[in-house]
Design a protein around this ligand. Sequence first.
Ligand SMILES: Cc1cc2nc3c(=O)[nH]c(=O)nc-3n(C[C@H](O)[C@H](O)[C@H](O)COP(=O)(O)OP(=O)(O)OC[C@H]3O[C@@H](n4cnc5c(N)ncnc54)[C@H](O)[C@@H]3O)c2cc1C
Length: 359
Amino acid sequence: MSAPERPDVVVVGAGITGASIARHLAAAGASVVVLERGRPASGATGRSGGMVRAYDPDPAIAELALPSLAVYRDPANWASGRSPLRAVGSVTAADPAQEAELRAEAARITAALGGSAHVVAGPDEAAGVRLAGGIALVEPEAGWVDPAEVTGDWLAQARALGASVRAGTPVRAVTALGGRPVVHTDDGELRAGTVVAATGPWAADPVPGLRPAHPVRARSIQVSVVERGPDAPPHATFVDLRTGRYAKPVGADRTLLGMPHLVWDCPFDAPADPEHERATTTALATHLPWVALAAHVATTRATDAYGAPAHGPSGLLESTGVPHAWSVRGWNGGGVKTAPEAGRRIALACLSGARTDVA
Ligand SMILES: Cc1cc2nc3c(=O)[nH]c(=O)nc-3n(C[C@H](O)[C@H](O)[C@H](O)COP(=O)(O)OP(=O)(O)OC[C@H]3O[C@@H](n4cnc5c(N)ncnc54)[C@H](O)[C@@H]3O)c2cc1C
């Protein structure tokens, strides 16, 4: 048997998070191996709506989302040479009591990104979305990306910089040897300087050695796609902070609809819930009235990892039972809008030894 490989970093999981981390590590000159049990983007990333915007009510997420939107917008960041962002705009509806906070956020976003974020208070509609008594923070420069496309681009960049990306290679366990992690796969062992588990909802039921110090739980996310007929107006992406309802255009003639589906600890491939599908359509018709008569196209269900970060709201990495093996925090259904900046920070932490939970 040949001697085990010794990469600087093994990234477990080739979703959008692992791909972002791998790209940044490779760009910094680290030797990187990405191990993916299935295909890249076959987890939450491949089923995601991909809505991205700078604003988030959680300051720790907003701190990641704003620079991430800047990365998505800039064509220079992409192997394809073009930005993956569909800048259809973003409408975040909120209670009128939040007006002062949203105005401050609009000013902050505009100053940082040079865009035209603003608050709509008074009119009951913004960018094709009815606000149902609320106000809205509108980000005309935001929108959505295809998360699988982004993941593929980052993995291509990582490969071009020397990273090895191995699909169909589940990690079975991580153990410690001489104070460093050993990664066990069906093809043999890798002795890594550092291991980062970016396993998304699989972190809720991890392989031996990768259990995060503060557990995460898998929670269901279900979305439906409907036809948007020629009479329906175009609209921006939409999220309502009061209810958690959201929607986004898909191409020229379809719209994706969603709202919280509070089913915990369920399998990734659970069947669609028809009752929730009906409730989602009814709820979203409040904001997009044409949805009430729209033809249903498809319903998709998956899970994401939900949990509070370990040490305060800024924690990105959790320690595990193995020294220098880290588990990425759960993204609570929002990992696409933060992936560019989260991956950059996590890669930096790995390169500096990542001895403590990373702020
Ligand atoms: C329906 C839906 C809609 C969403 N909409 C949005 C949105 O609009 N905006 C937004 O920001 N976020 C959204 N999200 C959330 C976002 O998609 C996720 O937070 C993000 O994709 C998580 O990415 P990840 O790379 O951390 O996890 P994943 O994409 O799940 O990747 C984890 C990878 O690890 C692999 N893996 C697991 N265990 C092992 C192992 N032992 N060995 C090797 N590989 C392993 C898996 O196969 C998988 O490919 C949505 C999610 C869903 C499901």
